[in-house]
Design a protein around this ligand. Structure first.
Ligand SMILES: NC(=O)c1ccc[n+]([C@@H]2O[C@H](COP(=O)([O-])OP(=O)(O)OC[C@H]3O[C@@H](n4cnc5c(N)ncnc54)[C@H](O)[C@@H]3O)[C@@H](O)[C@H]2O)c1
Length: 298
């Protein structure tokens, strides 16, 4: 099955990254904004990101323009009707995603694959509200989408092998390196990475080390490209908290529970890079550890 047109629901960090990667592979994209607001803002974010690549000599102007031309921005879910694959990348909330899948089934053709970019929610639970369950699967991209090579292709309970094969082929076509994963909470990467980030927050709370000491130690002592606090800020602290809660619901082990500091930062709207403040304060150049989180011995 050839995927010639892809719909993306949600134009946040991940939705726009996914749109860029698919358009770069020469495939047309309809990117639907999931919440009210300006379509121009989403388009400008895409254009600005690509313009930076042109400035740095990593892309020519013609390629940039052809990528932008392949992405149609829309405020209406109805516009994904002609797509062969629709990827949802809205807020990590099961009720929102299930309702969206039900609406999408009323819009797209019977053969259209419906995929979720969820980090930790059950794909099978989304599949359960659908009539054509064999075409439902997970397509889990990583942040930043244009850079990270992995896609986890999630085989949910009733996903057909035809759907899995089409998604594995599609992932390679858009330049990624897919792995097939069964639908279990957190799949492979987040099931391992989430407790790691949570434990770093607990070390901070225990006064074991400062934010930069812990990040520095993991980078220089464990060859991590970035430390756990930088990574959490990069992912988005609301997303990390949602992942933690979802994994905890399944595993019921203390090591998967959200630490106090993470919960408080999210309550205050300090969500990491996307709000300019989280474990680090990005309004300063270079970013500094958030002074509000300085522990007593720092
Ligand atoms: N951030 C990451 O590193 C990462 C990586 C892989 C997968 N994901 C998953 O991708 C999805 C999107 O995450 P993101 O990082 O792009 O988040 P984001 O905050 O950047 O974007 C969230 C999107 O959800 C929409 N939205 C917000 N409230 C909504 C509501 N009530 N109903 C419908 N839509 C709503 C917003 O308009 C936006 O398009 C989530 O399921 C997340 O778990 C995130």
């Amino acid at each position: 099955m050839e995927i010639k047109k892809v719909g993306i629901i949600g134009t946040g960090t991940m939705g726009l990254g996914v749109a860029q990667v698919i358009a770069t592979a020469g495939i047309d994209v309809v990117a639907v904004k999931a919440t009210p607001g300006s379509l121009d803002r989403a388009r400008n974010t895409l254009v600005t990101g690509l313009a930076k690549l042109v400035e740095r000599g990593k892309m020519d102007e013609g390629t940039k323009n052809s990528i932008v031309d392949r992405v149609t921005f829309s405020a209406s879910e109805q516009d994904v009707a002609p797509c062969d694959l629709v990827i949802e990348s809205v807020i990590e909330d099961i009720t929102t995603k299930k309702a969206l899948f039900q609406r999408l089934e009323q819009i797209v053709a019977k053969e259209c694959i419906l995929a979720t970019n969820t980090s930790t929610l059950s794909v099978t639970e989304m599949m359960a509200v659908c009539t054509e369950r064999v075409r439902v699967a997970g397509l889990h991209f990583f942040n930043p989408v244009p850079v990270m090579r992995l896609i986890e292709v999630i085989h949910a309970f009733e996903t057909s092998s035809k759907t899995v094969t089409a998604l594995m082929e599609f992932s390679r076509k858009v330049g990624k390196d897919p792995v097939l994963v069964q639908d279990t909470t957190g799949f492979i990467v987040n099931r391992l990475l989430t407790p790691y980030m949570l434990e770093a927050v607990r070390l901070l709370e225990h006064g074991t080390g400062t934010i930069d000491a812990i990040d520095h130690a993991l980078m220089t002592g464990a060859s991590m490209p970035m430390g756990p606090f930088s990574l959490a800020d990069y992912i988005g602290l609301d997303v990390v908290l949602a992942m933690s809660n979802n994994i905890y619901q399944d595993v019921r082990q203390q090591y998967c529970s959200a630490p106090h500091t993470l919960i408080r930062l999210v309550q205050l709207g300090y969500l990491g890079r996307k709000t300019n403040k989280g474990f680090y304060d990005y309004s300063k150049k270079p970013a500094i550890p958030n002074p509000q989180l300085r522990h007593p011995v720092a």
